[in-house]
Design a protein around this ligand. Structure first.
Ligand code: GDP
Ligand code: MG
Length: 804
């Protein structure tokens, strides 16, 4: 099929792009009622003129708003040859499941869309965007990033680049050719990277079918404009992409019948599918014009139950025990019935294995029970306090983790954001802890919609305990597992990350100084890792959880927090109304990381005060507040937004050899980047040498009243990154420090970025920079440096930091 119709085209309007950028920029600032958009700058990989692009990312949930400047999921901007702003990459408009928003209710779809309807299977690789920049370089991006990642693993974008190179080579063309072609069309090619060698997804893509499946070509405009399926396929054929098949149906009623038919069996063309994406044209309301629009259709209950029945029946026939975790009672009844029928009719088993009679057997069962599938689901929900879409309380979050995964950090952040409950097992002392822990959690649920049951639950018996103690008396409560996945292969990295985190608690301060203490801590952590039993949704006790949210212990807690919130929102859309902005998430995490210090002593054996029987909240407040009065000022800090600093570093390191970037990669990989980045103005250790300054700062701090209160702003210019094999720092200049009168007593003002391990203290960057000043980084000093180009000035917050 060749592309027959007119090829969609429109050029970019600089004014329009400028307006878009202004709106995106505006939304990076904090405003409760508005959406918030995160900008990240990337070096365009392989660009001969060192072009950069900005990626703009909304929170997933913001796409349901009606006031976004663009609905593109995945959008990058840059500059054209005249230095004017342009859209470099344009993803699809975010699309929703049927019934998920008003526009995707079937009634509205029928009233407001136009065929032909192009159906494709819901993809299950990772999305790759490709376009051409004005210096003829080819820009290859994943949804929100491009170029190499700062660690050892290959990024999605780079994996995409490899495939593009491979397919272009096969047709005797090069990157420039494709870049020019896409630029001529003002278009972004959208493809799915399906490659098991790189990353396994649900469906298998062996060597012979791996590659980039082109599924769309979008025009680079703020509004959504995309090629029809046949033209996408024609482009794929011309440029060596694998093609995506589209099933074209003209009439919406037929589309609906087709989808419901596939849902009945859960399989299409002999393979299990998750759902479909449907492309068509839609108008906002009667009378407005039609433009490109997508929606998706995902299989839901009761079809998922039917699929479970089908799989269980096949197990029966194969003589294997059927496994199921949902709809337990009715499934057991169904299987009893199926067994009987299979015994009665010899031929049935054989037919069933060949996928015949599946629906018949199910319908016969339902007829005998005199029930419809939807009735069963409704009754099940009624028994447990409503359908998930109506649930707004009675949820317990149950971590499955080991020490240092970030449980408490996430819990405190959630408490900050939503006022949810938190019960820490560490605070429960004495005899009979498990039932008292459960009771404390249930008490919290009295007046809070969600409670975080902060305990490792690394072993199955602990999970069984909390599930049994709650399931039976309180069936309406939903238990959601937060599963910090510990795969066997990943254990070494998990050990590294969690040990570094936990030992770093004592890094600049006193908590864990002695080597014997370190040994003890690591010993206890190892104990949890050894006792850890992975979550298994197919067997007891873990099949007792209502839902599971998978998290990665080696990821920053900020990323895990976002996963938790996004998934809870998907599972229980009524749980919270106001979605936090990305700044809210940043703030909640930095609060949890810096202001809240859980006492490690509970974990290293000393069980702490004995009188901790009272209410949890009180205990927590005691802990957070009590030390404040006594804690003296440790140092004065200009605290910087971490992401901005990391971005500037990312760009600087993007243009050096991978050998040179090695230490930087390692710091990130092993989680040795400081949790919080700051310039120290003066440390208590120097108070004797600079008594006047120390007194001035101390007084200002005392006036401000509390640790959270900022004393002012200070702009910081990032100049160079300097490191040796032990420590890395950024040399900075306090811009108009004069304005606020801020000055640093350090010989070289700097930010300590990170150290090799907990044995290297951050304050050693003073020694590094002293040596650097003297030797200018001579060859034998082992000191390396790179400049940060383009006058990167970042606004920091001046505040006093108390000793711990
Ligand atoms: P838990 O044992 O699972 O409750 O882990 P915590 O939440 O107490 O975290 C362990 C330590 O790691 C604490 O000192 C946290 O401040 C720190 N931490 C947690 N998340 C992060 C993170 O994303 N980055 C860094 N650098 N430190 C973290
Ligand atoms: Mg903890």
């Amino acid at each position: 099929m060749a592309g027959t119709g007119k090829i969609p085209y429109a050029s970019q309007d600089v004014q329009e792009v400028q307006t878009l950028l202004r709106n995106l920029e505006g939304s990076t600032k904090k405003d409760k009622k508005s959406f918030s958009c995160k900008r990240t700058t990337f070096a365009a990989h392989g660009s001969p003129s060192n072009l950069t692009v900005n990626s703009w990312r909304f929170q997933d949930w913001d796409y349901k708003r009606d006031d976004l400047p663009t609905y593109a999921r995945g959008i990058f901007t840059g500059k054209n040859e005249k230095g004017q702003p342009e859209i470099a990459i344009r993803g699809y408009d975010k699309f929703f499941n049927t019934g998920e928003v008003n526009a995707t209710k079937w009634k509205s779809i029928e009233a407001n869309t136009l065929g032909p309807y192009e159906l494709s299977l819901k993809e299950n690789g990772c999305i790759i965007f490709i376009s051409g920049l004005h210096d003829d370089s080819l820009l290859v991006c994943s949804k929100h990033s491009t170029g190499p990642r700062g660690d050892a693993d290959i990024s999605h974008a780079m994996a995409g680049e490899r495939w593009v190179d491979k397919q272009l080579k096969a047709i005797g063309k090069n990157r420039q050719d494709l870049a020019r072609e896409l630029r001529k069309r003002n278009a972004t090619a959208v493809a799915e990277l399906c490659d098991d060698d790189f990353e396994e997804h649900i469906l298998a893509y062996g060597k012979d079918v791996a590659g980039l499946y082109l599924h769309g070509i979008n025009i680079n405009l703020p509004e959504f404009m995309t090629y029809p399926g046949d033209q996408v396929q024609a482009f794929a054929a011309e440029w060596g992409f694998r093609r995506t098949d589209f099933l074209v149906i003209e009439d919406i009623k037929e589309v609906k019948t087709f989808l419901e038919g596939v849902a009945e069996t859960g399989s299409y063309n002999g393979r299990d599918v998750e759902g479909f994406v449907i492309r068509c044209k839609a108008r906002e309301k009667t009378g407005s014009h039609y433009s490109d629009w997508f929606f998706k259709y995902k299989f839901e209950e009761p079809y998922l139950m039917y699929r479970q029945w089908r799989e269980c029946t096949k197990s029966l026939i194969a003589g294997k025990p059927p496994r199921f975790k949902k709809h337990i009672k009715i499934t057991e009844e169904y299987l009893l019935y199926a067994r009987k029928r299979l015994a009665e009719h010899r031929g049935l088993a054989k037919d069933y294995q060949a996928n015949h009679g599946i629906i018949q057997l199910r319908d016969d069962f339902l007829k005998e029970k005199n029930l419809k599938g939807s009735d069963i689901i409704r009754q099940e929900y009624a028994a447990i306090g409503g359908a998930p879409q109506d649930v707004s309380n009675n949820i317990i979050l149950v971590p499955i983790a080991t020490i240092g995964c970030g449980k408490t950090t996430i819990a405190v952040a959630l408490q900050q954001l939503f006022g949810w409950g938190l019960v820490q097992n560490d605070n429960i002392m004495g005899k009979g802890r498990p039932p008292r822990f459960t009771k404390a959690v249930l008490d919290e649920l009295e007046d809070k919609p969600v409670c975080f049951a902060d305990r490792n639950n690394a072993g199955k018996h602990e999970r069984k305990q909390i599930l049994d103690d709650i399931r039976i008396p309180r069936p309406e409560i939903r238990l959601v597992a937060l599963n910090w996945v510990h795969s066997h292969e990943g254990l070494d990295k998990i050990r590294q990350v969690t040990q570094n985190r936990v030992l770093a608690r004592g890094d600049n301060h006193q908590t864990i100084q002695a080597a014997t203490d370190k040994k003890k801590v690591i010993g206890i952590m190892e104990g949890f890792i050894n006792r850890y039993e992975p979550f298994n949704p197919w067997s007891s006790p873990d099949d007792g959880f209502d839902n599971v949210i998978d998290l990665d212990p080696t990821q920053e807690s900020r990323a895990n927090l976002e996963t938790v919130i996004a998934q809870l929102h998907n599972l229980y859309p009524k749980l919270f109304n106001d979605m936090p902005t990305s700044e809210d998430l940043d703030d909640a995490i930095s609060f949890a990381l810096s202001e809240y210090r859980p006492g490690l002593r509970h974990e290293i054996g000393d069980r702490g005060p004995k009188n901790n029987r009272g209410n949890q909240k009180q205990q927590q407040e005691n802990r957070a507040q009590a030390p404040k009065k006594k804690r003296p000022l440790e140092y004065m800090s200009v605290t910087l937004p971490k992401n901005d600093v990391l971005n500037a570093m990312g760009i600087a390191f993007a243009s050096v050899s991978s050998e040179k970037a090695k230490f930087w990669r390692e710091l990130q990989q092993f989680n040795r980047v400081q949790p919080e980045l700051h310039v120290t103005l003066i440390h208590r250790a120097s108070s004797a040498a600079y008594p006047d300054l120390w007194r001035r700062y101390s007084e200002m701090h005392a006036e401000a009243g509390s640790a959270e209160n900022k004393l002012g702003d200070c702009k910081v210019l990032l100049e160079r990154i300097v490191w040796d094999g032990r420590i890395m720092a950024i040399v900075v200049r306090l811009v108009d420090g004069g304005a606020g009168g801020w000055e640093s007593v350090n010989k070289v003002s700097h930010i300590t970025v990170g150290t090799r391990g907990p044995e290297v203290k951050p304050k050693e960057s003073n020694d590094l920079l002293e040596k650097w000043l003297e030797g200018g980084g001579g060859d034998d000093s082992g000191i390396e440096e790179i400049a940060i180009e383009g006058r990167q000035i970042i606004q920091g917050t001046v505040k006093g930091v108390l000793s711990r």
